[in-house]
Every structure is written in structure tokens, then in C-alpha cells.
Design a protein around this ligand. Structure first.
Ligand SMILES: [Zn+2]
Length: 219
């Protein structure tokens, strides 16, 4: 894979930034694609742009505003609160979002001559998003290859990792401090450690503390 080109689906968050570092180790040439769907925080786009620039990666920004038109939800609309009731999908859910992202990323990959598409989706911290599941990604891979008569390979380096293990991967890639300080995961639009209160911050910070503790014990 060293001689091949890859596209990373990239949001500027912890997971996709870790994937970007991973891809830079695996492939000769890497580009990143960010989808603009009127995210609650425009800062997300700025953060993605600035990380791509830091890492010397060509950055594509694709307009997906129609997603908001189709599925108004807590990530795109200020008037919807982020919450998750027991047994229900969180209000951040946009049905079919990864299906769309992987499809558009693969069309872009075809245009730029990339065979590999990397996404940071993960089944371990599964919040009920059906299109984050491994079985979906595999099925999508087959469909994309049939749709475009091509041999794309979808990669999901985080699929079976929990948040602590994702931090470990960043550390192994020499990117722990970078991912810790430069990425944006917080639903309230606060970079690095974030607000500390929203579900995204809770997951991220809990995983980080778990990883740092296990590292100390192991050292
Ligand atoms: Zn937060």
C-alpha cells in the first residue's frame, strides 16, 4: 500500500485526525475530505483545514448542506438540544450519513486517482448508528466497487478500538500531544479538552484518562 494514494474522511476530530496520521504512515500520498453540512460550529471546518495544512495534506471541502435540509438534527441546528434517552438514538444522529460520506469520498477518490478510502467509524463505542458498523462498511465497499466498476478499499483502523485504544494508536503514531491539543470533538465547539460536559467530551476525556493511567501502570 506504500505506493498508493488514499483519501481520509476528515472532520478535524480526535478519530479522523488519528486516521489521518495512520494513513500518512501507510500510504505514499494522502488527501483529506471534509463535508460541510452547516455544522453547528463553523470552527470544525477551520480546525480541519488547519490540521490538514499542518500535516501537509491536500484538503477538499465538499458542500453537503442538503443533509441539513433532509435531516434537521442537533449537530446542525442550534434549536435542537444534544441528548440521548435510554434505548434511543442520540439527537446527533443523521440517518445514512456515513453511507453518503463514503459514497462522496469514493467519487472524489476516483477523480484524484486514489484507491483507498479511510474512515474513523467505530463499532466499539456504538451509539446505535447502523452505518458505523463493520458489516455496513463491508457491504458499502462491495456496492461502491460495483457502482463505479472499481477496486476501492475502505479502511476502518478504529473499528474495534475503544476510546482509550484510539488514544493509544495516536500515541504509537507519535501524535498523542497533537491530537490532544489540536482536534475538536466537543459538541459545544471547544477545541482540545472541550467543555468537559457534553457526551463527546465525556467519551473522549474518559478514554484519555484510561489510556494515560494504563500507560503509567505499564511504565
Ligand atoms: Zn464538550
Amino acid at each position: 500500500m506504500k505506493n498508493e494514494k488514499a483519501i481520509v474522511v476528515f472532520s478535524g476530530g480526535q478519530d479522523s485526525t488519528t486516521c489521518l496520521f495512520w494513513a500518512l504512515k501507510q500510504f505514499k500520498e494522502v488527501e483529506a475530505v471534509t463535508f460541510n453540512y452547516n455544522q453547528r460550529h463553523k470552527l470544525e471546518i477551520d480546525v480541519a483545514e488547519s490540521i490538514a495544512k499542518d500535516l501537509g495534506v491536500k484538503h477538499h471541502l465538499l458542500d453537503m448542506a442538503l443533509l441539513n435540509q433532509l435531516a434537521p438534527n442537533a449537530l446542525t441546528r442550534d434549536d435542537i438540544e444534544i441528548e440521548q434517552k435510554d434505548g434511543e438514538l442520540p439527537t446527533t444522529f443523521v440517518p445514512g450519513r456515513n453511507l453518503l460520506f463514503l459514497t462522496f469520498a469514493s467519487i472524489l477518490a476516483k477523480q484524484v486517482g486514489a484507491r483507498h478510502v479511510i474512515t474513523g467509524v467505530c463499532e466499539t463505542d456504538f451509539s446505535g448508528y447502523p452505518d458505523c458498523r463493520d458489516v455496513f462498511v463491508k457491504s458499502c465497499n462491495v456496492t461502491l466497487n460495483l457502482a463505479m466498476d472499481d477496486q476501492f478499499v475502505l479502511h476502518t483502523p478504529l473499528m474495534w478500538l475503544n476510546k482509550a485504544e484510539t488514544w493509544q494508536l495516536a500515541d504509537e503514531l507519535g501524535a498523542l500531544e497533537y491530537v490532544r491539543n489540536e482536534t475538536l470533538t466537543c459538541y459545544n465547539g471547544i477545541i482540545a479538552e472541550g467543555c468537559g460536559d457534553c457526551p463527546a467530551c465525556e467519551l473522549r476525556n474518559k478514554g484519555l484518562h484510561q489510556y494515560l493511567e494504563s500507560k503509567e501502570v505499564g511504565a
